[in-house]
Design a protein around this ligand. Sequence first.
Ligand code: ADE
Length: 356
Amino acid sequence: MSIIADDNDFKTATEKKEKNPVIKPEEIEADRNFENSIRPKTFDTYIGQSGIKDTLKITIQAAKKRNLPLDHLLFYGPPGLGKTTLAGVIAEEMGVDIKITSAPALERPRDIIGILMSLKEGEILFIDEIHRLNRVTEEILYPAMEDFYLDMTTGKSQTVKTLRVPLPKFTLIGATTKAGELSGPLRDRFGIIHRLEFYSDDELAQVIERTAGILEIEIDESGAYAIAKRSRGTPRIANRLVKRVSDYALVKHNGKITESIANISLDILKIDEYGLDTTDRNLLKLIVEKYDGGPVGIETIAAAIGEDVRTIEDVCEPFLLQAGLLQRTPRGRKVSPEGYRHLGYKISVSDQQSLF
Ligand code: ADE
C-alpha cells in the first residue's frame, strides 16, 4: 500500500495544533503509524460491518471469476469507522496494490493525472474525503472512471489538440463523511455504495482485545467491555483508549486492564459512560440551560462553546444524534429527553410537552 498524501499534509499549522482530544474520531498525525500497525488486512481479521463484508466478498469473487477489476466503490459514514482499512482489505483480497490519497491533496490537474497515469491494471486508487474534490479534478475523473481514458490538451488557442490517453482499468474507492456533498455526476459513477455503521459494544470489545493482543497489553473481557462502552461506536477511539488505559494500568496497577482500572482511568480522562467528553456535555448543557432545550442554530452553539461549526457537525453531532441525546429539527438542534436524563436534569411536565 502506498500513501501518496493525505489531508493532514495539507492542514495549516494552526489546524494541526488544534486541540484534538482522545475521543475525537478524526485521524490525527499520532494515529497514523499506530493505525497502520494494527490495521486488519483481511476480511477474517476485520471485525464488524458484517453486511458490507458479506456483499463485498461476493463482489470480489465475481470480479476475480470474470478476471475484471472491481466496480468503483464509495464508502460513507462518520470518521473513524474503518473506511481506509476496508479499502486496504479489499486490495489485499483482490491481490492488487492500493494507492492512497485525499481530495485536498489533489489540488492541480497534474496531481490527479500523475496518479492516474501511475496506476497499473486492476490497481485500486483510494481517495479520502472525496466530497472535497475541486471541479476540474472531478471532471478529469469522469472519463477516467467511466471509460478509462484521459483527455489531455496540447498546444495553445488555435493549435490546441486533444489527446485521448488510455488508462489501465483501475478501481476507484472513494470515502466521505458527507455523502450529501458529493455531486450527482460523481456519485452516479460509483457502481457500489456502502454506508458504514457505528460498531456495537460487542464488536468494539473484539477490536479492543485484538489491538491489545498486538500491542501485548493484558486485558480481561470486562476491561475490554468497559472501554468499548465509552468508545462511541468507533474503533479509532477504542484503539486510542486502549493505549491510554494501558498507560494508567501500568503506572497505577500491574499493567493489566480490568473493568475497574478501565473505569477509573476513563473517569480521569473525563469520558463519561456514553463516551461523551467535556465538549459534548457542554454542548448539551448549553442548549438545556441557555435555550430551554432548543431548538437552537448550529452557529449559535458553535460560537457559545468556542468550537467551529464543522467540528460540531462532523465530530460531535453524528454520535450525539445516533445515541439519541440530540435531535436535529428544521429550526435547529434540540436536546432529547434521554439527553436531559444523561446530564442529570429533571424534566418538568412543561419541558416534556415541548420536547416530544
Ligand atoms: N481496528 C480498527 N478497525 C478495526 C476493525 N474493523 N477490525 C479489527 N480491528 C480494527
